[in-house]
Write a protein that binds this ligand. Structure first.
Ligand SMILES: [Cu+2]
Length: 333
């Protein structure tokens, strides 16, 4: 059983955590806090998957003022995000660019190099939470030399039961890579473009009602291979004890926008269990599927057995219909 104290801590961190990527390490050495990263003007999410901001978040920092970091193909990269209890996966993408300092990242050429969804009932954010909000992966060994944008994406699904309710937290770092690869990496996707609001891994009507997180696969397609080399192997997550960091990151107190979330019942019903297709790939479209036989219940019932992540999600749903929605749409300005 979870203790009451733990639950309330979890609840607080779950509902108060907008987030940014704020630091990275290359082979365990960091250039410093926020160094090499284009920091957006706020820690608010992007929710319109068709927005150019899906590439590298809302532009604020001029990339020219951001240091472009040296790295080698095959290096380990560790990212650290602000504390977050928002349930969902983390993914990483690269895009070869002429200039990491000036390219805005919008459009084709992105390829996925890392993905962590859920392991043993714990979402990536929860696994990271037990590791000081860090996640580690490696740059593909087959990368060609050149400049790249590194895109870190944490997808928060606590609002995914409504269309356009999923939240994308995005941070881009600037890399200059030395590598021996000669080809390109693929499959490649366009951002924006590859994600659709009603993709089955973005719009999940039953996210609070029977959704099996073990079936979830993050948007963006398959992890790429480079020049025939094997794909980078994501680091082995270490789901430690379900320690929930007690200090939520300060989130900007905010002006609340009117929430005009579309009514879910007007949207296509997508079966989450039909998640076998490479979701989020450019060609993937939503798969209309029969409504789950579990019935029409719009009520969000907590299952008799549940994980902490499920409980947090359920709490948010409850906290939520009004307050949490307003909160999650809150903007710093
Ligand atoms: Cu948030």
């Amino acid at each position: 059983m979870f203790s009451k104290a733990l639950l309330s801590t979890a609840f607080i961190s779950a509902v108060s955590a907008h987030q940014n990527l704020h630091q990275l390490w290359i082979n365990n050495e960091t250039p410093g806090y926020q160094t090499g990263i284009r920091m957006p003007p706020s820690n608010s999410p992007v929710e319109d998957v068709t927005s150019d901001n899906m590439a590298c978040n809302v532009p604020s920092t001029n990339g020219v003022t951001v240091e472009t970091l040296d790295a080698n193909a095959g290096d380990s990269i560790k990212v650290q995000w602000d504390q977050s209890g928002h349930p969902g996966p983390i993914t990483h993408f690269l895009k070869a660019v002429d200039s990491a300092a000036t390219d805005n990242g919008v459009g084709a050429g992105w390829f996925k190099i890392d993905e962590l969804n859920a392991v043993d009932g714990k979402w990536a954010n929860e696994i990271m939470g037990a590791n000081n909000m860090t996640h580690e992966f490696t740059l593909p060994t087959g990368l060609a030399s050149g400049e790249y944008l590194l895109r870190s994406e944490m997808l928060a699904l606590h609002g995914a039961q409504t269309l356009n309710g999923a939240q994308f937290y995005i941070g881009c770092a600037q890399l200059k890579v030395t590598g021996s690869g000669t080809g390109t990496c693929g499959p490649q996707i366009s951002i924006p473009g590859a994600y659709k609001a009603d993709d089955e891994n973005i719009y999940i009507p039953n996210v609070y009602n029977g959704f099996d997180i073990s079936t979830f696969k993050a948007p963006g397609g398959e992890v790429a291979t480079c020049g025939g080399a094997a794909p980078a192997v994501p680091s082995t997550p270490q789901p430690a004890n379900a320690t929930v960091p007690a200090v939520p990151s300060p989130s900007a107190s905010a002006v609340v926008e009117a929430n005009t979330t579309p009514v879910a019942s007007e949207a296509p019903v997508v079966s989450a269990s039909a998640a076998s297709a490479p979701a989020g790939s450019p060609v993937a479209s939503s798969v209309p599927a029969p409504a789950p036989s579990s019935g029409a219940g719009a009520d969000e019932a907590l299952p008799t057995t549940f994980t902490l992540a499920t409980f947090i999600a359920w709490l948010e749903g409850k906290a939520g219909s009004a307050a949490a929605k307003a909160r999650r749409h809150a903007r710093a300005f």
